[in-house]
Design a protein around this ligand. Structure first.
Ligand code: GLU
Length: 308
């Protein structure tokens, strides 16, 4: 497969859609990003990386971090499979509600539907805090290591902006705490969650860092991060819950496990082949990058690769 040629063709297809949609502004600091950006990277399972457009420009990973915090919790609790560990405290069903919704939590006793809505990610961050003593720094080190980029950093302006507008996430955390589903104090959990979301990475960084998801849990150097069944589980939850309330549409159009973020990035996995990341800040009404989703759709159309 000539990845570079495919990426050029995908970029030409998606570029007219750049600037479509709206750049997220509910976290004010996200609004400073130019809507003109478009980048895409592919990291194959053998370690080769290809890119097009703004593929080396860092952006705010936001909810894409939820994939990696789940992986890190699994990696930190080996042998904690099945109904043990984190899956006692968070489900794995699509929510059918917006990513920051409170409505299901009361009826479902403070157990979030899945780890990729905010409530679920807060539980995962809480677990990581218990396991490591410093959830956000552990995440930063993990991402530096998996991406091979020692310069990855938090964006303090974004983290502060999110904290300043974080009433909804604080409400979710307090509500879950009232059901006994947090192990650490709410202020500490939400602070680590905001820091983790503020990490800046490029398409290149994210595609390389997510390589273990395409390698059935193995890192590029052959060492094992996760059991194959754990990588499968993360991919499965990405497919069913990773693109907000549009996961059905995304599976229909793209047919790959994927996780999006309100920074406009989306990572997607073709197990056994490669990990992709695309970025363009304009979001559709459900929070997914317009040009990014179209690019992934076109990539799977051109290559014929999907999980189906
Ligand atoms: N930090 C964002 C929030 O909690 C993440 C949102 C997202 O990317 O879905 O609101």
């Amino acid at each position: 497969m000539d990845y570079q040629a495919v990426l050029e063709e995908v970029a030409a297809f998606a570029r007219p859609l750049v600037r479509h949609g709206r750049v997220a502004d509910y976290i004010p600091a996200l609004e400073r990003v130019s809507a003109d950006r478009f980048g895409m990277a592919v990291a194959d399972i053998h370690g080769a990386v290809y890119g097009v457009g703004d593929w080396e420009v860092p952006f705010s990973v936001q909810s894409i971090s939820k994939t990696f915090s789940l992986a890190l919790v699994m990696a930190q609790s080996p042998g904690s499979h099945g109904e043990d560990g984190i899956w006692k405290r968070v489900g794995r069903e699509p929510s059918g509600t917006p990513f920051n919704s409170l409505v299901q939590l009361e009826a479902e006793n403070g157990i979030p539907r899945n780890p990729f809505i905010n409530a679920g990610a807060l539980v995962v961050t809480d677990r990581l805090q218990t396991l490591t003593g410093d959830a956000s720094t552990s995440m930063l080190h993990f991402l530096r290591e998996e991406s091979g980029n020692p310069d990855l950093a938090f964006d303090q302006v974004v983290a502060d902006s999110e904290a300043g507008h974080g009433d909804r996430n604080a409400a979710l955390a307090h509500f879950m705490a009232s059901f006994g589903n947090l192990e650490n104090p709410v202020p500490s959990v939400i602070e680590h969650y905001f820091w983790q979301c503020s990490i800046e990475m490029s398409c290149r960084d994210l595609a390389v860092a997510g390589g273990f998801l395409a390698r059935h849990g193995l890192r590029a150097d052959g060492s094992r991060l996760l059991e194959a069944r754990e990588a499968k589980r993360i991919n499965a939850v990405m497919l069913t819950c990773g693109t907000y309330d549009a996961a059905g549409e995304f599976a229909y159009r793209v047919g790959l496990p994927a996780k999006s973020g309100v920074g406009g990035g989306i990572i997607a996995v073709i197990p056994g082949r490669c990990t992709l990341c695309v970025w363009s800040p304009g979001l559709d009404a459900r929070g997914n990058s317009v040009a990014g989703a179209a690019a992934l759709d076109h990539f799977t159309t051109l290559t014929g690769w999907s999980v189906f």
